[in-house]
Design a protein around this ligand. Structure first.
Ligand SMILES: C[S@@+](CC[C@H](N)C(=O)[O-])C[C@H]1O[C@@H](n2cnc3c(N)ncnc32)[C@H](O)[C@@H]1O
Length: 258
């Protein structure tokens, strides 16, 4: 593997530190009680990081997301780890009755609301809901929403705790029979040398990016679930085979009686 690929993520790491370190230290200085809650400090850090990364990350995935989300998202759409709500740019307003943004980092909610409102999804008529649960809180999600038609995950399953169990519960308890799971994720690279570097960097990377793991075989876990009527997985045009951020997109339709 070329060293430029193996070390390429250091530029992003540096950008994250530059964007988030001083504002986060300021927050801790102004609210010293944050020191007793490392997870809140990490969420603050990620909120500042995502201000710097959200638009360019969306640009980089635009073509795939138009092919994945626009034709297939329908009815009630649950967007897990909604970030700043960029998914709304890909929703067909005629086919989507409600956009539910699941985002545990409440400092991102104002961005979601602004984007969703501009796309015609608003809270007063129920076409927009913002929930601050984690994707793993499936009982609470199911209680709040009932079964949903579509689950979208864009670059989120890398961060959720217990991803296989969370997927099992989301698909089993939240996605309705006949519903669609759409994902666009960076996953474990099939080349063992690249996967080695993904494992190497993950402990450092996850501290800056709110638990994001580089080496999860998310697409494999989803594919192995015995609940699908149809399934399709594809990659990102032109992506370097040595990429540490090796993407897979997938459209999986749950069996009508599952
Ligand atoms: C890389 S960002 C992607 C945001 C958005 N999906 C996008 O593509 O612009 C990952 C998002 O997952 C959220 N997240 C982290 N842990 C999560 C969890 N346990 N459940 C749901 N979302 C989570 C983060 O707060 C962040 O907004």
């Amino acid at each position: 593997m070329k060293l430029t690929n193996a070390f390429g993520l250091l530029a992003d790491f540096w950008l994250a530190i530059r964007a988030a370190f001083i504002p986060t230290v300021n927050d801790v200085f102004n609210t010293p009680s944050l020191l007793f809650s490392p997870s809140l400090v990490s969420k603050r850090f990620m909120a500042y990081v995502w201000v710097a990364f959200a638009d360019s990350t969306d640009d980089a995935g635009r073509a795939v997301k138009f092919g994945l989300i626009t034709p297939h998202a329908h009815g009630v759409v649950l967007d897990i780890g909604a970030g700043h709500g960029h998914t709304v740019h890909y929703l067909d307003r005629q086919k989507v009755t409600q956009y539910v943004a699941l985002e545990p980092n409440t400092r991102m909610h104002s961005h979601i609301r602004t984007r969703a409102n501009a796309a015609g999804f608003v809270e007063p008529d129920g076409s927009l809901a913002i929930l601050s649960y984690g994707a793993q809180d499936t009982a609470r999600i199911a209680a709040a929403l009932g079964p949903v038609d579509t689950i979208v995950s864009v670059l989120t399953l890398c961060s959720v705790p217990e991803p296989e169990r969370t997927l099992h519960n989301l698909v089993g308890d939240v996605l309705k029979a006949g519903g669609t799971l759409l994902f666009y994720e960076h996953v474990r690279n099939p080349r063992e040398d690249v996967a080695w570097w993904q494992r190497f960097w993950t402990p450092m990377w996850q501290t800056a990016f709110d638990g994001c793991k580089l080496d999860r075989a998310t697409h494999v876990w989803i594919d192995a679930m015995p609940v699908w009527e149809t399934k399709k997985v594809w990659g990102k045009d032109g992506e370097d085979f040595e990429s540490l951020f090796w993407h897979r997109a997938g459209r999986f339709v749950k069996k009508g009686d599952a």
